[in-house]
Design a protein around this ligand. Structure first.
Ligand code: URA
Length: 439
């Protein structure tokens, strides 16, 4: 006999596993209004405490995916692969990665997000490019992936609408930090892009959602298991997010840095992260037999300018000013510069990513309330990173602001994010772990 909605909530509250049909029924009832927000919230809290097994997480992911439509990319030849990062500070990898991978022949459809809390968002960074539109229709998205090789847009109304509603409830009911709910949320959106495979960058550290390696690994394993059960090729890397990635944090300033990588420059950690993820994408996309061959191909398209050409074509197709690719200085960065200096000599032993992310939000580069307009021109650059030797009074960071007084008020927060010591502490490796494709 079918159980009522309240009986299903009670079953999950008591730690029972629900069947596929029961999860589909809950989600269908949420969609048609029979299950109101307060009952969905009770379900989310029950999941928060009791968890979901892999079969339940697959059922929830698929129900959320089919709450909207799936972009049809079947007419585009090749294995379509995307990358998703669970979010960090200074993480501008997607902006250089998508054109690099597309230039190697793997189509990259990418639906990205905006800044969340202290973390930045790819869409906000891309919108620093004059005219660039991230609100293309599903048809234009598919057409651009087909003609250019990649396209980067935001979640449309059709893409996993249940996730949008559920995420808003989780945000205000203290149920964001639940691994099965995070998995269903991420994968429902990614599967809606029409991809064949996905490379996940699970960030671990004080600047990430997953604060320690154990939680990061659990999330990565669940993402790979559930994505594989949904019929996709999925690999996850665990990467360190204790200090910001690269040196730039903000919007225009990060996009400039990502463009440097496309031309073969950029900070070493950002290049390493981009190449590691890109290599996994080329292997999943059958364009390289192993990671070594994939890295060589990525370096080649950086050096011969073909990745930069893909970026120009993508920007043009999305209404933006493609001249920024060869002239990144066209991306406006605020003119007032406030310097942060080392209070002592020695070594930088850490730069707290979360504190830097929060300072950048306070500068106006991110949001403290929904729908707030971000300032693309403000941001900061770190002139010293963990492991670097510094002398007293050396500039370790610069804030780029519109208003000097405001910048000076925030400089203390940036200064407080830096730790110093008498001895060099080598930061741990960027790559903390890898969960290979299974099945
Ligand atoms: N990113 C998402 O898209 N969903 C989550 O639940 C967490 C991070």
């Amino acid at each position: 006999m079918n159980r009522t909605l309240v009986e299903l909530l009670a079953a999950k509250r008591d730690g029972e596993a629900l069947t596929d049909a029961e999860i589909r029924h809950l989600m269908a009832s949420f969609a048609d209004g029979t299950l109101p927000d307060y009952q969905m919230t009770a379900f989310l809290m029950a999941v928060f405490f009791r968890g979901l097994d892999d079969a339940e997480t697959v059922a929830l992911t698929e129900a959320m995916l089919h709450s909207g439509s799936v972009v049809d990319l079947t007419s585009i030849p090749g294995i379509k692969i995307d990358k998703h990062s669970t979010g960090g500070v200074g993480d501008k990898v997607s902006i250089c990665l998508a054109p690099l991978v597309a230039a190697c022949g793997v189509p990259v459809p990418m639906v990205s997000g905006r800044g969340l809390g202290h973390t930045g968002g790819t869409l906000d960074k891309l919108e620093a490019i004059p005219g660039f539109r991230t609100d293309l229709s599903a048809d234009d998205f598919a057409r651009t992936v087909g003609t250019v090789g990649t396209c980067m847009i935001g979640q449309t109304k059709e893409i996993a609408p249940a996730d949008r509603r559920i995420y808003a409830l989780r945000d205000v009911t203290a149920t964001v930090e639940s691994i099965p709910l995070i998995v269903a949320s991420i994968l429902s959106k990614k599967l809606a892009e029409g991809i064949d495979g996905l490379v996940l960058d699970v960030k671990v550290g004080n600047g990430a959602f997953m604060k320690n390696e154990m939680c990061g690994r659990e999330l990565a394993e669940k993402l790979v298991a559930v994505g594989t059960r949904a019929g996709k090729k999925v690999v996850a890397l665990l990467t360190r997010m204790d200090a910001p990635l690269g040196v730039a944090v903000g919007n225009a300033i990060e996009t400039r840095e990502a463009l440097e990588v496309l031309h073969g420059g950029g900070p070493a950690d950002l290049v390493e992260c981009t190449l590691m993820l890109g290599a996994e994408m080329l292997v999943l996309g059958d364009k390289a037999k192993d990671l070594t061959e994939a890295m060589a191909k990525l370096r080649k398209v950086m050096a011969n300018g073909s990745a930069a050409r893909v970026m120009e074509k993508m920007i043009e197709a999305q209404g933006g000013d493609a001249r920024v690719v060869s002239k990144p200085a066209l991306l406006e960065v605020a003119r007032e510069v406030v310097e942060v200096k080392a209070p002592q000599g020695g070594f930088v032993t850490g730069v707290n990513a979360r504190a830097i992310g929060l300072a950048s939000v306070a500068m106006g580069a991110g949001r403290t309330r929904a729908n707030q307009i971000v300032d693309h021109a403000v941001g900061l650059a770190m002139d010293a990173k963990p492991g670097d030797a510094v002398h007293k009074g050396q500039v370790v960071a610069r804030l780029f602001v519109r208003d000097r007084a405001r910048g000076e008020a925030l400089a203390d927060r940036v200064a407080a994010a830096f730790r110093y010591g008498a001895c060099a502490e080598t930061p741990g490796p960027l790559l903390m772990g890898r969960v290979p494709a299974c099945g």
